[in-house]
Design a protein around this ligand. Structure first.
Ligand code: AKG
Length: 259
């Protein structure tokens, strides 16, 4: 677990206090305080990279892989995490403000890329938000979070939120978005997909954001204001909303072609 803006503080302190026991106790105390600072968003990620084994273990593992691949020594590339999230990224008032802006925009039926009409794979309404005086704060906040999570967990070359932000509405008794990936031919090169939960989880049933991560089906927590990021090639869906209405804010971050 880490906190936005506090890692460097802990790192700096750790660097200065290698030997002294008193300093180490202070470091523990500092960590403890940071772990309990109210309102500071908590940043986390899930990865399929299994830790352990040490250098010797890694080399043995590498030797066996090398045999399988005809003797070439592979690169130790940075891991790409399955997904990452920020707790309490937006507060209730910010969520309410976005829902107000989204509803005032023209909502229309969401398509699936292949078919711009309502299809069997998706039933929901959407509106695209673009930077204006009213939404500049939101673009600034979302892009700051993307930069931070990307540096920590994904390491993609990213350029922009060229498609704007998608405000999404799923109404009961059964609006949903079935399994899909966000990448497709003829689109900008989407690399990271973002979802922010805008609705109080008690206000609707169903409407879970689920995704496949390393072969497991994972359900994203429903907490209002939480922010999720995952590679745009990951399969995900929103299950049917069976009561109430769920709103989300979705974004795709594009960049140059993967190489
Ligand atoms: O509403 C969500 O949380 C996700 C929506 C989604 O997957 C999409 O619009 O591509």
């Amino acid at each position: 677990m880490a906190f936005q803006g506090c890692d460097s503080l802990v790192g700096e302190f750790q660097h200065r206090s290698k030997k002294s026991i008193v300093d180490r106790q202070l470091l523990d105390l500092l960590r403890h305080v940071l772990d309990h600072v109210a309102g500071v968003p908590r940043v986390s990620a899930h990865t399929d990279i299994v830790a352990g084994g040490g250098a010797a273990g890694r080399n043995l593992d590498k030797m066996s892989r090398m045999k399988q691949s005809g003797g070439s020594w592979g690169l130790d590339v940075d891991p790409v995490h399955d997904f990452a999230w920020i707790e309490n990224f937006l507060d209730k008032n910010e969520c309410r403000e976005i829902v107000k802006i989204g509803k005032a925009a023209k909502l229309h039926a969401g398509g699936t890329g292949r078919d711009s009409d309502i299809t069997e794979r998706r039933k929901s309404k959407i509106a695209f938000l673009f930077p204006t005086v009213e939404t500049a704060w939101l673009f600034e906040k979302v892009s700051g979070a993307i930069k931070q999570l990307n540096e920590q967990y994904f390491g993609f070359d990213l350029l922009n939120l060229g498609e704007g932000l998608q405000f999404t509405e799923y109404k009961s008794p059964s609006q949903f978005y079935d399994w899909h990936v966000d990448r497709g031919l003829g689109q900008s090169v989407r690399k990271l997909s973002i979802t922010i939960q805008l609705t109080n989880p008690d206000a609707y049933q169903g409407g879970d954001l689920e995704m496949f991560a390393s072969g497991d089906k994972i359900k994203a927590p429903r907490e209002q204001g939480w922010f999720y990021a995952f590679p745009s090639w990951a399969e995900h869906r929103v299950t049917p909303v069976t009561s109430g209405t769920r709103h989300s804010l979705v974004a795709w971050v594009s960049g140059p072609k993967f190489r």
